[in-house]
Every structure is written in C-alpha cells, then in structure tokens.
Write a protein that binds this ligand. Structure first.
Ligand SMILES: O=C(NC/C=C/[C@H]1O[C@@H](n2cnc3c(NCCO)ncnc32)[C@H](O)[C@@H]1O)c1cc(-c2ccc(F)cc2)cc(O)c1O
Ligand SMILES: [Mg+2]
Length: 214
C-alpha cells in the first residue's frame, strides 16, 4: 500500500540528513516541505521564534502537545540544558512511530519522553507518572479547539507556576479564537503575539506567548 506523508518525510530525513545532527534533520524536513510535500510542522520561520523563546526560558521542565512527526520536538530538545528532558504527547500511533525514528535519527532520544495518548487523559496523570510539580515551558500545537480546554486543565491540575510560559502555534491559521480570547483577557496571564506566516507559505499566522502570573 501507498506510504503516508510522515513516512515519506522520514525517508527524506534518512536520505538527506546526517545521523546525530539535529540541525541537518530540521533542514531536511524544511527542504522536504518546501520542495516535495507541505506538512504541518511549525516550520523554519515560526521555528526560529520557538527557538528564541525556549532559549530565553531555558526550561527545566517542558511539555509539548501534539508530537506529529517530531519536528518541533527536535527543535526544542536540541536547545535544552544537559540532563533536561521534554515530555511530548501524541495520540496517533502511526505519527508517534515516525516521530520516534526522526527524534532518534537526530540523536535526541535521551532528551525526549514520548507518551502515547490524548492530552485530556494524560494531563491529569503527569504529576504522578513523571514526578513533575510544574512546567516551565509548554508548546501547544495539537488540535486547535483543544488549546482552551487543555490550558484550563493545566490550571486545575496545578501544573503551572508563577512564570510558566505557554507558547501556542497557529493562533491565526487555522486559528484558536477562544484560546486567544481567554489568555488575552484573563488577569492570570500576560500574553504577547509574535506575527509570522503559516509554515512554508505567505499566509499570515503567528505564535502567542502567555506567561502565567500565578
Ligand atoms: O491542525 C493542525 N495541527 C493539529 C495537530 C495535530 C497533531 O497532534 C495530535 N493530537 C491532536 N490532538 C491531540 C491530543 N488531544 C486532543 C484531545 O484531547 N492529544 C495528543 N495528541 C493530539 C494529532 O495526532 C497530530 O499529530 C495544524 C494545521 C495547519 C494547517 C493550516 C492551514 C491549512 F490549510 C491546513 C493545515 C497548520 C498547523 O501548524 C497545524 O498545527
Ligand atoms: Mg502547528
């Protein structure tokens, strides 16, 4: 049967990137998406903004919602201090399998804990299962209508502390209007919009960074 787009993306990484070199994995995926097949990775333009926020926060505890093929997982993990691991949630086993291979090809498997399942089920289990008290940095890039229910779940489960940084992809395209309204109007968050473009296109999109104020 015909291969899937994530499988073709993995082949492109194995063909064009250098094993153990995260930068070459990122470049190989961006090249594939610009020249062969568009895919919903955060991409190079928004990825550079993601890089700058991760570098600024220098987090000890990190959560990503929506691994997909692991592109942003690699971007984040390559910047983490030694000994720091990120947890990434993905409920599609086929995507998780491709991501595992892309993360391993980049040599970052020791900095990543991949968890298969839905954020709605897993978020309430995180403290117990991973001995986490709160997250320093959370990247939201899963289903856009789940951003708001999941940020409320973070609050209910006591997973945020004064200064926790949440960064959300696609707040313009496809859009997360309820989430934006919430973080921009809640007195418990200080929010800032980073304008950019939808990955590999000229369509307007951007990232919303929201700091929890406690
Ligand atoms: O839809 C987009 N992203 C969704 C990501 C989903 C991934 O995350 C996984 N996932 C989803 N919900 C959950 C969940 N929890 C949810 C239930 O609890 N728990 C765990 N994993 C979850 C999926 O299995 C996928 O792996 C998108 C679209 C465009 C786009 C723009 C313009 C266009 F024309 C077309 C497309 C651009 C983007 O950058 C985008 O991110
Ligand atoms: Mg996205």
């Amino acid at each position: 049967t015909r291969s899937t787009r994530p499988q073709r993306m993995l082949k492109a990484v194995q063909k064009n990137a250098t094993k153990g070199n995260p930068e070459s994995v990122i470049s190989a995926i961006d090249y594939f998406c610009k020249n062969s097949e568009w895919a919903m990775n955060v991409g190079d333009e928004k990825g550079s903004i993601l890089d700058s926020v991760v570098t600024e926060v220098n987090p000890s505890t990190v959560l990503e919602l929506g691994t997909y093929c692991g592109y942003s997982t690699v971007r984040i993990a390559r910047l983490l201090s030694p000994g720091t691991k990120l947890i990434t949630l993905e409920f599609n086993p086929a995507y998780a399998t491709v991501a595992r291979q892309i993360i391993a090809y980049a040599g970052l498997q020791d900095k990543v804990t991949q968890v298969e399942g839905s954020s709605a089920d897993l978020i309430p289990q995180i403290k117990e299962r991973f001995s986490i008290t709160t997250f320093d940095f959370i990247f939201l890039d899963h289903w856009k209508d789940r951003y708001l229910p999941d940020i409320k779940l973070f609050e209910e489960c006591g997973l945020l502390r004064k200064g926790s940084v949440l960064l959300a992809d696609n707040v313009i395209c496809p859009g997360a209007p309820e989430y934006l309204e919430y973080v921009r109007n809640s007195p418990r968050y200080e929010s800032r919009y980073y304008p950019a473009h939808l990955e590999y296109t000229k369509v307007e999109d951007g990232l919303e960074k929201s700091v929890f104020l406690g």
